[in-house]
Each structure stands twice: as C-alpha cells, then as structure tokens.
Design a protein around this ligand. Structure first.
Ligand code: B1M
Length: 215
C-alpha cells in the first residue's frame, strides 16, 4: 500500500499537473489508506494555490485554472463522505447563513466551510456564490440566523463584506458576521466589525464561541 506522504504528494501534484485521473486515484488511495480527509484536502489546496500563483504570473491560462478547480472539486466529492463521518454529528445547534459575496464565483473554500459546520452540528443555509447582499439579509431574517458567514477570495470583492455588515445591521440582523477567504485578513475583519476565520477547520469552534454574541 502507498505510504501517506506519497499519497499526499500525488494529490498535490495531480492538481499542479492538471491530472484528473491521478487526483481521483489519489483520493481513493487516501480513503483506503486511512489518510485524514482534512490532510488530503490540504494537499489539494496546496496544489490549487500553486496553480493560482502560476496563473497570476501568466504561466498558466484561465482555462487551466478552471480545469484545476474542476479536478479539485471531483477529488473533494470523493473525500466528502469520509470528512463528514470523521466528525461527530450532533443535533443542530444554530442557523448559519453562508455564501460567497456578490461578484465572486469562488466557492470551493465556502463549500468546505459548509461541510465542517454541518458536521459540527450547525444548520447551514447556503445561499451560494456571487450571492447578492440582499439575499444574505433576507435569508438571515427568514431563518432567524444566529450567525452569518461570507467568503471572499478577491481584493475586488472583499469590500462587499463591509456593505454586507451595513446591510445586515440596517435590516435589524444582529447575528455576528464571520468572514474568510484568501483576500480577507484579521485587520480587515476588525475594521468592518466582523470576525475572521482562517480556515474551514477553525470555523467551527469559532462559530460556537460566537453563539449568543450578537451585535
Ligand atoms: Co480565481 N482567483 N479567478 N478561480 N482563483 C484567485 C482568487 C486569485 C488570487 C488567483 C491569482 O491571480 N493568483 C485571483 C484574485 C486576484 C485578486 O484578488 N484580485 C483570481 C482571479 C483573478 C479569478 C478570475 C477573475 C479569473 C478570470 O476569469 N480572469 C475569476 C473570478 C471571476 C469572479 O469571481 N467574478 C476566477 C475564477 C476562478 C475559477 C472558476 C477558475 C476557480 C474557482 C472555482 C470554484 O471556486 N468553484 C478559481 C480558483 C480555483 C482560484 C484559486 C487558484 C484557488 C481558490 C481555491 O479554491 N482555494 C485562487 C488563488 C488563491 O486563493 N491563492 C484564485 C482552495 C480553497 C480550499 O481555499 O478558498 O482560500 P480558500 O478557502 C479556505 C480558507 O480561505 C477558508 O477556509 C477554506 C478552507 O480551509 N475560508 C473561509 C474561505 N471562505 C471562508 C469563509 C469563512 C471561514 C473560512 O467563514 C464564513
């Protein structure tokens, strides 16, 4: 059986080298070998970030970026059931409205956050990607959200999170706003009156610590 490190390398390289079959095989091997799905997804994430860097340096085309993302999504699909199983499923503790902000179609990270929150017992209302600000507000009002979460991957869309805080408060939604995604920083979150989450894993304990701390 292949060892853990070689499986993780295979997963990372499959994304960097745009090898769909290797990604699927790598994910299957990870499951058989009992590699943690979190570690497997971290390896895929390292691969996609490198693809992103190459794209930024014009060493890769946008079609390659799109292909890399679709390979990653396919591998995550295979790992998802194990990821859910590995977390203790609890009764729903709170309503969490989650989406990627308007103008931003990146949702791989947001979808991982959703999986982890659901596994952590939250009732997640996913309003999708490129989600208009008013949809966050109306969904939060409809379900009586205890928490709202917004992902943003681009410097050009991060400002929408500020609009979102303002719109939530204007609409009377007092739930804390959790923000995350590659373009977001702790400083930015503080500046807009939101709470920063670095990754999908830490989003769950953070969300729990925020319950009952509405504005
Ligand atoms: Co695009 N893209 N992309 N892209 N893409 C970036 C973000 C970019 C940095 C690449 C680069 O140039 N280096 C760059 C943005 C530059 C900027 O900031 N201005 C960029 C660009 C420019 C674009 C397009 C404009 C390209 C074009 O069309 N010319 C276009 C965007 C169009 C639009 O949105 N309007 C575009 C499109 C795409 C694809 C469709 C091809 C694909 C997305 C597919 C999808 O999401 N379904 C894609 C990808 C894959 C990337 C990179 C390479 C990888 C993103 C990713 O999936 N990472 C990205 C480069 C990068 O991020 N370094 C890039 C893996 C994922 C697991 O991590 O999303 O960070 P991440 O999520 C983490 C944490 O951040 C956190 O938890 C997750 C798991 O641990 N987290 C949260 C995320 N959200 C959270 C919310 C929380 C809590 C934690 O609470 C609510």
């Amino acid at each position: 059986m292949a060892d853990k490190q070689s499986i993780l390398n295979e997963l990372e390289n499959s994304i960097k080298q745009l090898q769909q079959e290797a990604a699927v095989e790598g994910a299957k091997k990870a499951l058989v070998a009992g590699v943690s799905p979190v570690e497997a997804i971290d390896a895929l994430s390292r691969g996609i970030r490198e693809v992103g860097e190459k794209y930024a340096k014009k060493e890769m085309f946008v079609v390659e970026l799109i292909f890399a993302a679709s390979i990653m999504e396919e591998a995550i699909k295979l790992l998802e059931p194990e990821l859910k199983r590995s977390k203790e499923k609890r009764h729903s503790t709170a309503n969490f409205v989650l989406g990627t902000v308007a103008g931003d179609i990146h949702d791989i990270g947001k979808n991982l956050v959703k999986i982890m929150l659901e596994a952590g017992g939250f009732e997640v209302h996913d309003i999708g990607k490129d989600a208009p600000t008013e949809n966050f507000v109306s969904k939060a009002m409809e379900v009586g959200a205890q928490l709202v979460g917004a992902s943003s991957l681009m410097t050009t869309t991060v400002s929408v999170q500020k609009e979102l805080v303002d719109a939530l408060r204007a609409g009377g939604v007092k739930a804390p706003l959790m923000v995350g995604g590659a373009a977001v920083t702790e400083e930015w979150a503080k500046e807009i009156g939101a709470v920063y989450s670095t990754d999908a894993g830490s989003a769950v304990p953070l969300a729990k610590s925020l319950l009952g701390k509405g504005a």
